[in-house]
Design a protein around this ligand. Structure first.
Ligand SMILES: [Zn+2]
Length: 88
């Protein structure tokens, strides 16, 4: 099973629209088991459009560093909250 950090790296790569469909499927498999990453993916989707929301014929808008930092901080909060709850 992929770790959440690996998923986050995949999601980050997707911000540049680099992910092939098979990788997108891997992410979705992880999301099916990991509510924390679902929350992260939602925030990404609302920002850039992810997987199903991405229209390949549209020119993607590059994310600036501020947005990337914001997303990373969101992810860190999600992980910290889970650690506070302890292992399930
Ligand atoms: Zn996860």
């Amino acid at each position: 099973m992929e770790t959440c950090n690996e998923i986050f790296e995949l999601l980050s790569a997707y911000l540049d629209h680099e992910l092939p469909a098979v990788t997108c499927a891997e992410i979705e498999q992880h999301l099916a088991r990991c509510p924390e990453c679902v929350a992260l993916e939602r925030s990404l989707r609302s920002t850039v459009g992810l997987c199903h929301g991405y229209a390949p014929n549209q020119a993607p808008t590059p994310l600036n560093q501020q947005v990337r930092t914001q997303l990373f901080e969101t992810y860190q909060k999600i992980i910290a909250q889970r650690n506070e709850r302890g292992p399930s």
